[in-house]
Design a protein around this ligand. Structure first.
Ligand code: HEC
Length: 196
């Protein structure tokens, strides 16, 4: 074989190989991206489940074994239709009261209602960015700069989530069923708490 023939053969083989490989590598990249997304969403779902978000952000109903989160209203926060009478006055060491739905609490901070975490743009997190979410959890302030997030939202614990965990949680929350539910604003304490 002449050196010219060898070069031509090598060039032809390279072309044939890359023709075969290019579509394959594009496909491989596509499915790797899909895997990463589905793994991230699965991780987010897992974290939301074990970190107890449903305990407070999903209204409870009476089930066969007692009160349980009503998953048909998953993570939609305190129901706007459930208007509560004034909270009972604290008695002795019993300083916190919770509503039947476990979505509203009264305590030394006033009355707090759990937020709608579904992707509804008007009443939930639909317009939030990853940054809004991460900064809220890290700083304990609405979108990282608004008012302070009140108890019993476990900011002191949840601020320790890694960035990757907060990304997985937020990505998953953006995929759950939309529920339109406008949660009321919190109420100030009946007796103002002395400033520290
Ligand atoms: C023990 C009850 C409780 C648990 C558990 C809980 N939350 Fe909350 N969360 C609350 C309450 C109450 C509020 C509203 C506080 C307020 O209005 O200041 C809140 C507020 C929030 C907010 C702020 C919304 C806004 O508009 O600023 C986000 C985001 C949030 N929770 C996400 C989560 C996620 C995600 C989880 C699970 C990883 C979770 N919460 C678990 C009680 C809880």
């Amino acid at each position: 074989m002449t050196s010219h023939a060898r070069t031509t053969l090598a060039a032809a083989m390279t072309t044939a190989l890359s023709a075969a490989l290019v579509p394959f590598s594009v496909l491989a990249q596509g499915s790797a991206a899909a895997d990463t997304t589905s793994e991230k969403l699965a991780r987010g779902k897992y974290l939301v489940t074990v970190a107890g978000c449903n305990d407070c952000h999903t209204p409870w109903k009476m089930g066969p074994q007692g009160p349980e989160p009503d998953m048909s209203r998953m993570l939609s926060g305190h129901p706007e239709s459930f208007v509560l009478p004034p909270a009972p006055a604290p008695q002795g060491p019993w300083i916190v009261a919770a509503a039947a739905t476990n979505t509203a609490w009264s305590g030394p901070w006033g009355v707090s209602y759990t937020a709608n975490l579904t992707p509804d743009p008007e009443t939930g997190l639909g317009k939030w960015t990853q940054r809004n979410f991460t900064e809220t959890i890290r700083t304990g302030r609405h979108m990282g700069r608004g008012r302070q997030i009140l108890p019993p939202m476990p900011i002191p614990m949840h601020k320790n989530f890694t960035d990757a965990d907060l990304e997985a949680i937020f990505s998953y929350l953006q995929t759950i069923p939309v529920v339109k539910n406008r949660v009321p604003e919190p109420l100030p304490p009946a007796v103002p708490v002395a400033a520290k």
